[in-house]
Design a protein around this ligand. Structure first.
Ligand SMILES: Nc1ncnc2c1ncn2[C@@H]1O[C@H](COP(=O)(O)OP(=O)(O)OP(=O)(O)O)[C@@H](O)[C@H]1O
Ligand SMILES: [Mg+2]
Length: 420
C-alpha cells in the first residue's frame, strides 16, 4: 500500500450508553470467568434477568458490571479492579473465587468490589445481588456515559529524536494532572522495546501477548499483561524489537486500543518513527497526534513529509501538534522559518539538556519525577495544559509536581508542595 493512497477510516466512537440493543433499560455484564461451570451458572442467572445481558466478547461496548474470577495470585487483579471501577462512573465489579480466606475478602473490598461470591455459587445470592445492581443503575439520575479514553499518539519525525522520552514524561504528566484519571502508556514501536527500561520496570508481558491471539483478547487477559509503574500509571511494552521475529498485525490494533480506551482515561502510544500499517491505525484512532522533530535538516525534511501525509489523508489538523526537541535559544529564527516551511502556526520546544535527559533514562526515572523543576520538564506541563488537562494556576502546577513526587513514593500527593 502506498503511503500517499492511505486514507483514514472513520471509526465509530462508540459513544453509546451502558446499555445495548437499543433498549436503554438493559445493562451489559462482562463475565471474566475461567471455570466453565462457574461461568455457565453466572450466565444463566444473568440471562434470566430481563434488565441484564451478557456482553459478547467481540463487542467493544463497555459493560456496566464486570464479574471477575480471581486467579491464583489475585494481587494484580486487585490493582486492576481499582482502575476499572475508577474508570467509569457507576461501573461495578463483582468477584468470585474458590478462595474465601479473610485476607482475600478484605483485599477485594478494599479494591472496590461490590460483591463477593464464594464457590460453589449460590444462584439465589447472585440473583439478589444482580437485582440490587439493576436498581442502583436505574436509580442513577443521569444516563451512564460510556468511557472512551483519549488516544494520544506520538510519532517520531526520525529515529532518536526523543519520542520515547516525551511519551514517558507526558504519560506521567497526564497521570499527575488530574487525580483519579487513569493513564496507560503503550509501546507500539516494534523496532524499539525501550519502554520498560525508561521506567525501570520488570515486565513479563507485552503488547505481543495481546496481539498474538485476538480471540483471547478480553479484560482478563488485559489484567494479566499490564504492568503497574510505582507512580500508579499502567504500561504495556511492545515485546517486539529489531532482533526478534514477528510483527503485530494492523487488524489487532483497533480492538486492543478500544479495550484500553474502555478502561483508561488516557491511552498514550509511543509509535516510534516507522509509519507502518499498525501505526496508521493508531493515527486514525488518535484524538491527538504529536509529531516529534528537531531543527536538523533531515529531520525537518521527514517531518514535512509526515505532516503532508497526515493532511492528504484527511486527518484534522487541529489534532496534530509538532514538538521540536533539543532546542537551543539561539535557534529562534530557525524555528520561525521551520514553522513556516511546515505550514504550522505554533509548536512546542523542549530545551536541549542532554545530562538531565540521559541521566533520567539511565536511572529509569523520567524527568518529571527526577528533575521536576528543570526547564526541560516544564514543557511537559505546558503540553498537558494544551491538551486540556492542566491548569494556568501556579499553585496547581506545584500540586502537579507534588502529586508526581507523591505517586513516585507511593504516598498521597502533598497538598502543600511548593515550586522553588
Ligand atoms: N531534550 C533533550 N535534550 C537532550 N537530549 C535528549 C533530549 N530528549 C532526548 N534526548 C536524548 O536523545 C536520545 C534518544 O531519546 P529517545 O530514546 O527518547 O528517542 P526515540 O526517538 O524514542 O528513539 P528511537 O527512534 O530509537 O525509538 C536519548 O539519549 C536521550 O537522552
Ligand atoms: Mg523510542
Amino acid at each position: 500500500m502506498s503511503q500517499q493512497s492511505w486514507k483514514p477510516v472513520r471509526l465509530n466512537d462508540g459513544k453509546s450508553g451502558g446499555s445495548k440493543g437499543g433498549s436503554s433499560s438493559q445493562f451489559l455484564v462482562d463475565l471474566v470467568i475461567y471455570n466453565p461451570e462457574v461461568k455457565k451458572t453466572f450466565q444463566e442467572v444473568v440471562d434470566a434477568h430481563p434488565s441484564l445481558q451478557v456482553k459478547d466478547p467481540n463487542d467493544p461496548t463497555v459493560a456496566r458490571l464486570v464479574i471477575l474470577e480471581l486467579d491464583e495470585d489475585p494481587s494484580e487483579s486487585f490493582s486492576f479492579i481499582e482502575t476499572v471501577v475508577q474508570a467509569v462512573e457507576g461501573r461495578e465489579v463483582f468477584l468470585t473465587s474458590p478462595r474465601t480466606d479473610s485476607q482475600v475478602l478484605l483485599e477485594a473490598l478494599r479494591a472496590g468490589a461490590k460483591e463477593f461470591f464464594p464457590q460453589p455459587i449460590q444462584e439465589s445470592e447472585v440473583g439478589v445481588a444482580l437485582e440490587k445492581f439493576v436498581t442502583r443503575c436505574q436509580q442513577a439520575t443521569k444516563e451512564h456515559t460510556k468511557k472512551v479514553g483519549n488516544i494520544l499518539c506520538l510519532l517520531g519525525g526520525k529515529g532518536g529524536v526523543g519520542t520515547t522520552t516525551v511519551a514517558v514524561n507526558l504519560g506521567l504528566g497526564l497521570h499527575g494532572a488530574s487525580p483519579g484519571r487513569s493513564v496507560v502508556l503503550v509501546e507500539l514501536n516494534q523496532h524499539g522495546g525501550d519502554l520498560a527500561i525508561f521506567l525501570d520496570v520488570q515486565s513479563n508481558h507485552s503488547l505481543r501477548d495481546l496481539g498474538s491471539d485476538l480471540t483471547r483478547l478480553d479484560l482478563a487477559l488485559l489484567t494479566r499483561v499490564l504492568t503497574k509503574h510505582s507512580s500508579g500509571m499502567h504500561i504495556l511494552p511492545s515485546g517486539y524489537d529489531d532482533l526478534s521475529s514477528g510483527r503485530i498485525s494492523p487488524e489487532s490494533v483497533e480492538p486492543i486500543l478500544k479495550l484500553l480506551q474502555s478502561v483508561f482515561d488516557h491511552v498514550v502510544v509511543d509509535c516510534g518513527h516507522v509509519l507502518d500499517l499498525p501505526t496508521k491505525k493508531v493515527l486514525e484512532m488518535a484524538s491527538t497526534i504529536i509529531v516529534m522533530s528537531t531543527l536538523i535538516v533531515p529531520v525537518i525534511h521527514r517531518t514535512k513529509k509526515i505532516l503532508d501525509l497526515l493532511r492528504n489523508s484527511g486527518i484534522d489538523g487541529k489534532k496534530v501538534r509538532v514538538v521540536f526537541n533539543r532546542f537551543s535559544t539561539q535557534e529562534q529564527e530557525v524555528l520561525r522559518e521551520t514553522e513556516e516551511t511546515l505550514k504550522i502556526d505554533s509548536s512546542f520546544v523542549i530545551p536541549n539538556d542532554y545530562p538531565t535527559a540521559s541521566d533520567s533514562i539511565n536511572n529509569g526515572t523520567p524527568m518529571v519525577l527526577s528533575a521536576p523543576r528543570m526547564p526541560i520538564t516544564k514543557v511537559f506541563h505546558d503540553i498537558v495544559k494544551d491538551l486540556g488537562f492542566g491548569s494556568d494556576d501556579p499553585k496547581e502546577q506545584a500540586n502537579w509536581m507534588g502529586r508526581l513526587r507523591g505517586m513516585m513514593n507511593g504516598r498521597a500527593a502533598s497538598k502543600t508542595a511548593q515550586v522553588s
